[in-house]
Design a protein around this ligand. Structure first.
Ligand SMILES: Cc1ncc(COP(=O)(O)O)c(C=O)c1O
Length: 369
């Protein structure tokens, strides 16, 4: 058994969720980023319609699946002209993130880079492969033996967005190092602060970022958040044809195949932008309510320009803040889960019902114990 991974960090929140549960009106869990609104009807209908699925699905994705992804990138992400052979489904993004270093043959002596404040799966992937993990945002400081670089825009947990110039610097440095640049972009349709409330959040595949070549680049996208499809495990990756061909080959051997009904559900989701706008409007209200309350309580909210979280600090150790929030019956995530550079922040998630967000806001605004 591989024992190189620590216990799942969320377990250490248990004493605080227990404490929150003692609140007279019960606990409000703002710790997990798991969507709670219904999966769009169009998506549910597609899943039902294609539920008769006796044969093995295509690991590479059906032609229709890959075409839907290509069209979505052109329509929603300012990435025209992708070749369907550049597209591959993944069973949610997390499995691909966690296994990518191993798939790439990265191992001891190699470096995997992640953001200074980072979603936890990048470190898991580095650990599984035996590579050294470096948390560094400045491309100039990425070490010479770097083989894989993760960037995440909009970021989880901090909601930071990379602009075209920021992306372009990352691409240039990755190419100089001969490393693969993997960009995790699943919150890209959820921009809040100017200019991202009106402008498209850039993708690493944007020609303004990477020119006319996708060599050495991989973009990951998931429908878990924007389409409330976390339960479907619906995501995809886009990169150079060579890389995708090799990844598909590995995934065929190992049976890492998106089920056919899910592929059909993804096609339905990508073809229906109305539900994305509706869901964004719902989150926008929740965000406004919670942002006002968190600020009134005395937090400084940093970054949080896009995505599903408020990244906030009271200038004290994150665990003290987690405890303070638990006394109000609110469960939040300590920044330390996201690395050593984030120990004074906590993360509030917007993935709670309108009623829970309002109740949390009320408790914060009144400082009720
Ligand atoms: C930055 C980031 N990448 C990837 C994922 C994983 O998404 P999926 O549900 O597709 O595995 C998440 C989920 O929280 C995330 O925040």
């Amino acid at each position: 058994m591989f024992t190189g991974l620590p216990d799942y960090p969320w377990k250490s929140l248990k004493p605080y969720s227990d404490k929150a549960a003692q609140h007279q009106d019960g606990a409000i869990d703002l710790s997990v980023g798991s969507p709670i609104d219904p999966t769009p009807d169009s998506v549910q209908q597609a899943l039902k319609k294609f539920s008769n699925s006796p044969g093995y699905p295509s690991t590479a994705g059906t032609a229709e699946f890959r075409k839907a992804v290509v069209e979505w990138f052109a329509r929603r992400r300012q990435v025209p002209g992708l070749d369907p052979d550049q597209v591959m489904p993944s069973i949610g993004s997390k499995e691909l993130i966690s296994w990518l270093p191993t798939f790439l043959g990265i191992g001891p002596g190699d470096v995997v880079v992640q953001p200074k404040v980072a979603y936890t799966a990048y470190a898991v992937g580095a650990a599984l492969s035996g590579a050294t993990l470096v948390s560094e945002d400045d491309p100039e400081k990425w070490p010479a033996n770097t083989k894989l670089i993760w960037i995440n825009s909009p970021g989880n947990p901090d909601g930071k967005v990379l602009d075209v110039l920021g992306f372009a610097k990352a691409v240039a440095r990755a190419r100089e190092l001969g490393a693969l640049l993997a960009s995790d972009e699943c919150y890209a349709e959820l921009g809040w602060s100017a200019p991202w409330d009106t402008q498209v959040i850039p993708s690493v595949l944007d020609p303004r970022v990477c020119g006319d070549s996708h060599e050495g680049i991989l973009c990951l996208y998931s429908l878990s958040k924007q389409s409330n499809m976390a339960g479907y495990r619906a995501a995809f990756a886009v990169g150079s044809k060579d890389l995708i061909r090799d990844l598909v080959n590995l995934r065929m051997h190992t049976g890492m195949i998106m089920p056919f009904p899910t592929q059909q559900a993804v096609i339905a989701a990508l073809g229906d932008s109305a539900h994305v706008a509706t869901e964004k409007a719902i989150y926008s209200k929740r965000r406004e309510t919670l942002l006002a309350a968190v600020t009134a309580y005395g937090f400084e909210v940093t970054d949080s320009e896009a995505g599903l979280y408020l990244w906030a600090t009271k200038g004290q150790d994150c665990w003290s803040t987690v405890d303070e929030m638990a006394q109000l019956g609110i469960v939040v995530v300590p920044g330390s889960f996201y690395g050593e550079h984030a120990t004074k922040h906590v993360r509030f998630s917007l993935t709670a019902t309108d009623s829970d967000i309002s109740r949390a806001a009320f408790r914060l605004q009144n400082g009720l114990g």
